[in-house]
Design a protein around this ligand. Structure first.
Ligand SMILES: CC(C)(COP(=O)(O)OP(=O)(O)OC[C@H]1O[C@@H](n2cnc3c(N)ncnc32)[C@H](O)[C@@H]1OP(=O)(O)O)[C@@H](O)C(=O)NCCC(=O)NCCS
Length: 444
């Protein structure tokens, strides 16, 4: 009996992951693996999951860190180096030892990715890797009177070179080291390299492995989604507390920079948790934290001054019977439930959320995108915004009543529900003549 349940669960899980498999195929993800992750027992499982992503047609670039390995190499050779902020002051001897540490890590990564034992997840994977020299660097120079010697910063990324490697099906492995046109070698911050690669490659995701399960709130719970500004506040608060940035904070900083430069999603995952990468990418709930870029046209709560603009947007749809009629007075009363997208002083999108806290649900209503500005995911952004607000309010689902946009919602994860499932207060107001369909979506 248990075997039947297990196989049914497996089949269901596999079927449910199909939309994610389709969505991720041919996409480009930059994976940042800190040196600490390489030292854990979970490392080979991370490698197995990377191999699986590669088999599913995801284009992967691997950027690795090497901090603990450098530290060990310096200690073994009786050498030490100081930090200026997060940057290692890299004298000649340190650079020699860093080269050795990086060489070892590259070999370990390649060995992991080359495995193919029968009856292991790597069987038949046949992954090709390329140690990539795509990073051109320059010295940071002297800061506050301190010469950082061979510590460098990224000058440019050879995007064409990377694309060629990716199109051949290989996984480029990039180390935190860069070369200058003068033939010098520079020690770089892995997070900076990963960010720049993700930005220049226009990657779909930047994914970082950290010691925490993600970004944690004050109670130690994972915050599943943050906007770049919220992530920045978290960095500022925690840097003040701890003085120096942890691996998680360094990656979070990288994620904020990447988001601000148009990488739409960055993920923070735990390198201790078995299967964190797969859970994040192939299940709805995920496991870590996502830093999500919102459209440059800010979605903001509507104010009383937006009523004129809102009426201009929704009145034509009310006339066509697509939306229920809302008077100016009603809008004034309900304005706090509305969010709008504004462009050049004009309201070009809106959505409302009416929470029913006792039923842990909320109504998404009056979702509109201006006909002249469609096909730019504005309505998707508005729904994502409403979902975020719903989660903040402790809601577990949102529902919508629609007559003419049923498929739009179904294509976005809403499923049909009976009128009897509506909160009582809403059921009483349901307009039978309008015969709207009820669709609901879980948001936790
Ligand atoms: C529904 C709505 C908000 C979608 O806005 P949008 O995503 O900016 O619209 P787009 O035109 O970019 O459409 C995106 C996709 O959804 C499809 N779509 C648009 N309106 C649709 C509808 N009413 N039903 C089904 N699919 C729809 C489009 O064909 C397009 O798909 P494609 O790219 O595969 O062709 C917009 O059509 C609208 O304002 N409709 C009127 C108000 C409404 O019905 N609101 C919902 C009830 S509250």
């Amino acid at each position: 009996m248990e075997a039947v349940t297990n196989s049914t669960q497996l089949i269901n899980w596999f079927r449910n992951s199909a939309p994610y498999i389709n969505a991720h195929r041919h996409k480009t993800f930059v994976l940042m693996i800190g040196g600490e992750a390489l030292e854990t027992d979970n490392f080979q499982y991370i490698i197995n999951d990377i191999a699986l992503l590669n088999s599913l047609g995801v284009k992967l670039v691997l950027v690795h860190g090497v901090r603990p390995q450098i530290q060990k190499q310096l200690e073994m050779n009786g050498h030490s180096s100081e930090f200026y902020q997060d940057v290692r002051i890299t004298d000649d001897r340190s650079l020699e030892l860093i080269k050795q540490a990086i060489g070892r890590v590259q070999i370990e990564l390649q060995a992991g990715l080359s495995m193919g034992l029968v009856n292991s997840p790597m069987q038949g994977a046949a992954i090709r890797t390329v140690i990539s020299n795509v990073v051109t660097a320059q010295p940071i120079g002297v800061k506050d009177g301190i010469d950082l010697c061979h510590a460098g910063k990224v000058r440019r990324i050879d995007v064409e070179g990377l694309r060629t490697q990716l199109s051949s099906g290989a996984i480029p492995i990039i180390s935190p080291i860069g070369y200058s046109v003068t033939g010098e070698v520079f020690n770089l911050l892995a997070e900076e390299v990963a960010t720049q690669v993700a930005i220049d490659l226009k990657a779909d995701k930047l994914i970082g492995f950290c010691s925490n399960q993600g970004v944690l709130d004050e109670q130690g719970n994972v915050i599943s989604e943050l906007l770049p500004e919220q992530a920045q506040e978290h960095i500022d608060r925690n840097e003040l507390l701890s003085g120096q940035a942890s691996g998680t904070l360094r990656f979070l900083r990288a994620a904020v920079a990447a988001c601000q430069a148009d990488v739409t999603r960055c993920h923070l995952l735990s390198y201790h948790q078995d299967g964190a990468l797969l859970k994040e990418l192939f299940t709805r709930d995920g496991t870590g934290s996502q830093i999500v870029k919102e459209s440059y046209e800010q979605i903001r709560p509507a104010t009383i001054d937006d009523i004129g603009g809102l009426l201009q947007l929704i009145e034509p749809l009310e006339k066509q019977g697509i939306l229920v009629k809302r008077s100016r007075e009603l809008l004034e009363n309900e304005i706090e439930s509305f969010f709008i997208v504004e462009r050049d002083g004009m309201v070009i999108g809106c959505a409302a959320l009416y929470p029913f806290p006792d039923d842990k649900t909320g109504e998404l209503a009056c979702l509109v995108s201006h006909p002249k500005y469609r096909r730019a995911a504005r309505a998707d952004n508005l729904v994502a915004h409403v979902e975020r607000r719903g989660r903040q309010l402790g809601l577990e689902s949102i529902f919508v009543l629609t007559t003419q946009s049923i498929h739009w919602f179904r294509e976005r994860g809403f499923v049909f529900a009976e009128i009897s499932h509506l909160p009582n207060a809403k059921k009483e107001m349901y307009n039978l003549k309008r015969n709207s369909k009820v669709l609901v979506k879980k948001i936790i």
